[in-house]
Design a protein around this ligand. Structure first.
Ligand code: UDP
Length: 463
C-alpha cells in the first residue's frame, strides 16, 4: 500500500456475523461506531438474508452490505435438515464464497484491512489468513458464559457434569448444574451447537483482536481474566446510540431486520396505557415454545389482569389457544409478530420485561433500565437469567416445573413481584444504575469508547 492510499482511504473492515438477528444486531452497531470514528465497515450477510430483509434503511443503517452464499440461498437456516447440516454446508460453501467476495473487493480496489468475524464462525479466520488479512473474533454472548465454554474446551470442566457437581469459573458465582448453558447441562443433546460454542477457542490465539459486546462494569472480573489471554476489546453495549450516549444522530434502530415490526400499532397502543402498567413479553428471534407453554403464558396473563404486549412470531402463532383471541379484544392485551424492541422497552408505559434472556435482550433491558422476569428457554439464556436475578439484581427468575414448563401461577406471581412489590422497586433501582453505567461506558472517554478508539488506532497502524 502506498503512503498516499494511507492518507486518502479510511481503513476498511469486513464485519461477518453469524446469520441470525441476535448476532447481526450487535455487529452492525459496532460498525456504526467504527464509521463514526473514520473507519469504513462493510457488513457481510448471506444471500438468503439479503434477499429476505426489508428494503435496507440507509438512515438507521448506513453500512454497505455484501452477500455471500451459505449454501441455502433459497430458504436459509430453516431449510436445512438439521443444525449440523447447516453448519457443515455454511462452512464449506461460505468459506469459498467469502474468499470470492474478498477477491472481488480487492480487484475493485477495495483493500480490506481487517475481518471481524462472529466467534462462532471460526473458519473465517482461515480465510482471512489465506489473504494475509488481520482478523478479530467477535463474541456476542456474555463473557461469563464464554468463560464456561472456554473451560469445557480446555478440559477444565468435564462433560457430562456430575448430577450435583457445581461449576465454578472466574467471574461467576458457583453455578448449579441446572444453571449452566444447555450445551453444558444437557451434554449430547445439541451436537452441532455444542461443538460450535466449545470450538470458539480452537484458533482464537491466532486472532489479532477479540471483541465482546459486554461492558467493563458489568463483567469486570471475567473481563480482567480474559484480558490476560487476548487483545480484548470490550465494546458494548452494542445498542443504537440514541438510547445511550446519543452521539450518533439518527442511530435509533439496528436497521437490518429479518422480521417486519408492527411498530405504529405497538406505540399507539402503549400511548393509551398508564405509566409502568404494561408487561412486555418476548422470546427473541428463534426460541420455539411448546404449545403447552404458550397456553400457560396466555392464561397466566389473562388471570393476572395486567396490560400486556406479547411478541409471538408468525411461525409460532398457531400455538396460541383459540379462546385467547377474546382477551385480545378487551384492550388489555396486544399480540404482534414483531416490534422494534428498544422502542417498546423505552416507552414509559412499560413496567416489566418478561424475557427469554438472549444476551441482546439482556443487555437492552439493562441499558434501558427495565426490570425483568427472566424466563430462559435454552443455550446461554439460562445462565444470563441467573446473572440478571442474582448478580445484576434487576429481576426475578421464574421457575419451571419438572417438565420444563413455567406454570401460569408462577408466572403471575413473578410479574406481581416486579410490578407491585418491594422486590420490583429494588430491581428498577438497580436497572437504573446499570443504565447509567452503560451510558458512561459508550460515551466519550468511557471504557468501551476507549477500547473502540484503541482498536481504530491499532487498525490504522496495521494498514
Ligand atoms: N427484537 C426485536 N423485536 C422483537 C423481538 C426481538 O427487535 O419483537 C430484537 C431484540 O431487540 C434483540 C434481538 O431481536 O436485539 C434478539 O436478540 P437476543 O439475543 O435477545 O435473542 P435471540 O433472538 O438471539 O434468541
Amino acid at each position: 500500500m502506498t503512503e498516499k492510499h494511507n492518507i486518502t482511504k479510511p481503513p476498511h473492515v469486513l464485519l461477518f456475523p453469524y446469520p441470525s438477528q441476535g448476532h447481526i444486531n450487535p455487529i452492525i452497531q459496532f460498525g456504526k461506531r467504527l464509521l463514526s470514528k473514520g473507519v469504513k465497515p462493510t457488513l457481510v450477510t448471506t444471500i438468503y438474508q439479503f434477499n429476505s430483509t426489508l428494503p435496507h434503511n440507509t438512515t438507521t443503517n448506513p453500512i454497505e452490505i455484501k452477500a455471500i452464499s451459505d449454501g441455502f440461498d433459497e430458504g436459509g437456516y430453516s431449510s436445512a435438515q438439521s443444525a449440523e447440516s447447516y453448519l457443515k454446508t455454511f462452512k464449506e460453501t461460505g468459506s469459498k464464497s467469502l474468499a470470492d467476495l474478498i477477491k472481488n473487493l480487492q480487484n475493485e480496489g477495495n483493500k480490506i484491512d481487517a475481518i471481524i468475524y462472529d466467534s462462532m464462525i471460526i473458519w473465517a479466520l482461515d480465510v482471512a489468513k489465506e489473504f494475509g488479512i488481520n482478523a478479530g473474533s467477535f463474541f456476542t454472548q456474555a463473557c461469563g458464559v464464554n468463560s464456561i465454554y472456554y473451560h469445557v474446551h480446555k478440559g477444565l470442566i468435564s462433560l457430562p457434569l456430575g448430577e450435583n457437581a457445581p461449576v465454578l469459573v472466574p467471574g461467576l458465582p458457583q453455578l448449579e448444574r441446572w444453571e449452566t448453558p444447555s450445551f453444558v447441562r444437557d451434554h449430547g443433546a445439541y451436537p452441532g451447537w455444542s461443538q460450535t460454542v466449545f470450538s470458539q477457542f480452537v484458533n482464537i490465539d491466532e486472532a489479532r483482536w477479540v471483541f465482546t459486546t459486554s461492558f467493563y462494569q458489568l463483567e469486570k472480573e471475567v473481563i480482567e481474566w480474559m484480558r490476560k489471554m487476548w487483545n480484548l476489546k470490550v465494546i458494548g453495549p452494542t445498542i443504537p446510540s440514541m438510547y445511550l450516549d446519543k452521539r450518533i444522530k439518527d442511530d435509533k434502530d439496528y436497521g437490518f431486520s429479518l422480521f417486519k415490526a408492527n411498530q405504529d400499532e405497538c406505540i399507539n397502543w402503549l400511548n393509551d396505557k398508564p405509566k409502568k402498567s404494561v408487561v412486555y413479553l418476548s422470546f427473541g428471534s428463534s426460541a420455539k415454545l411448546r404449545p403447552e407453554q404458550m397456553e400457560e403464558i396466555a392464561w397466566g396473563l389473562s388471570n393476572s389482569n395486567v396490560n400486556f404486549l406479547w411478541v409471538i412470531r408468525a411461525k409460532e402463532e398457531d400455538k396460541l389457544p383459540k379462546d385467547f383471541v377474546d382477551i385480545l379484544k378487551t384492550e388489555k392485551g396486544l399480540v404482534v409478530p414483531w416490534c422494534t424492541q428498544l422502542d417498546v422497552l423505552a416507552h414509559e408505559s412499560v413496567g416489566c420485561f418478561v424475557t427469554h434472556c438472549g444476551f441482546n435482550s439482556t443487555i437492552e433491558a439493562l441499558s434501558i433500565g427495565v426490570p425483568v422476569v427472566a424466563m430462559p428457554q435454552w443455550t446461554d439464556q439460562i445462565t444470563n437469567a441467573k446473572c440478571l436475578d442474582e448478580i445484576w439484581g434487576v429481576g426475578v427468575r421464574v421457575k419451571a416445573d419438572e417438565n420444563g414448563i413455567v406454570r401460569r401461577g408462577n408466572l403471575v406471581s413473578c410479574i406481581k413481584k416486579i410490578m407491585e412489590e418491594e422486590i420490583g422497586v429494588v430491581a428498577r433501582k438497580n436497572a437504573a444504575k446499570w443504565r447509567e453505567l452503560a451510558k458512561v461506558a459508550v460515551n466519550e472517554g468511557g471504557s468501551s469508547d476507549k477500547d473502540i478508539e484503541e482498536f481504530v488506532s491499532e487498525l490504522k497502524h496495521a494498514c
